[in-house]
Design a protein around this ligand. Structure first.
Ligand code: F6P
Length: 342
């Protein structure tokens, strides 16, 4: 019987539990695999913190938010000897390989480990939907749904007070959540990092909506920087992968747009609300299928790959191809959304 380790690493994301369940159920029923989980991502591998994952441990979990395994942003390669510790953990638990469920940082670590001979299969995960080599990541649909519901609520209070409301959404360096939630909620301006516009243009969109008797609604992605302005420094420091922690642009816009338009303005940062809670049905199905595919690949010895969604099909790509490119919003998608606001 093939023994496989599973870990969830990086920022959490609705759908992680559905991946774990899909992997374990299909592994036990179809491929004769047995699983152990590592607690808190690579930390559990480095510190040998494990739990058994029999079928009974994954019963009913696909609708649950978060991850039953816990997660962390521990980078296994940030310490010297990390590779040897991972290898030793696998030997100790007699593992044929690892299924690592994570975003860009996790998958990059998985690729480096794989290049040095460790058997790993990656499962792409992020609410940001910014990973190349897969059309959608699970968690994105849930984040967009949550953001849209929150923005709908901002709209009604904005209308009561005749205010401009600004909602800042996550997405790291890509504007996918802002684009989709902004379109779904009918925003009067959608601001994404891929398409910088100057403050006076944003102010004009806000004033125009106000002049039409609407309560202006602005959706801004956390990494947006107005054209002509310097990128805000990173007041929130760096994460363990050395990337700036983003957030706070909405507060700057609140002050500047109020001054420029004379319209009372309030900003809300949706933050981690977008990562919490139960996954949508779409995300549960996508995550389950990816988990099943990861086990299928493990059973077939397809190490060094990442499972991915292409159209409606689940396939596998080489980990080397899968990491390194951020999938940003193409200009055509921005232009399409742009036709609707202003
Ligand atoms: O990558 C997911 C994400 O939620 C980003 O959208 C956001 O910039 C970041 O993680 C927040 O990270 P943390 O949970 O470490 O604050």
């Amino acid at each position: 019987m093939k023994r496989v380790g599973i870990l969830t690493s990086g920022g959490d994301c609705p759908g992680l539990n559905a991946v774990i369940r899909g992997a374990v159920l299909s592994g036990e029923q179809t491929h004769g695999c047995e699983f152990i989980g590592f607690r808190d991502g690579w930390r559990g591998v480095l510190e040998d913190d494990t739990l058994p994952l029999p079928r009974s441990a994954v019963r009913g979990i696909s609708r649950l938010g978060g991850t039953i395994l816990g997660t962390s942003r521990t980078n296994p390669l940030s310490e010297t000897g990390g590779h040897a510790v991972v290898s030793a953990a696998m030997g100790r638990h007699r593992l044929a390989g690892l299924i690592a469920i994570g975003g860009e940082g996790t998958l990059t670590a998985a690729r480096i480990l794989s290049d040095s001979g460790i058997n790993v299969i990656g499962v792409p995960k992020t609410i940001d939907n910014d990973l190349g080599a897969t059309d959608y990541t699970f968690g994105f649909d849930t984040a967009v749904q949550t953001a849209t519901e929150a923005i709908d609520r901002l709209r009604t209070t904005g209308e009561s007070h005749h205010r401009c409301m600004i909602a800042e959404v996550m997405g790291r360096n890509a504007g996918w959540i802002a684009l989709h939630a902004g379109m779904a909620a009918g925003a009067h301006a959608i601001l994404i990092p891929e398409h910088r516009v100057p403050l006076n243009q944003i102010a004009a969109w806000v004033s125009s909506a106000h002049d039409r008797g609407r309560a202006p609604l602005v959706v801004v992605a956390e990494a947006f920087v107005p054209a002509g302005q310097k990128a805000p420094y990173s007041p929130r420091g760096l994460d363990t992968f050395g990337r700036p922690r983003l957030g706070g642009i909405a507060m700057l816009l609140e002050q500047q747009l109020q001054e420029m338009t004379g319209i009372e303005t309030r900003a809300t940062v949706l933050g981690h609300i977008q990562r919490g809670g139960e996954p949508t049905a779409f995300d549960r199905v996508l995550a389950t299928r990816l988990g099943m595919a990861a086990t299928r690949a493990a059973a077939a010895g397809g190490w060094g790959t990442m499972v991915s969604l292409r159209g409606t099909r689940i396939s596998t790509v080489d980990l080397g191809v899968a990491v390194g490119t951020v999938k940003v919003v193409p200009e055509s998608r921005y232009r399409e959304a742009r036709e609707l606001f202003g």
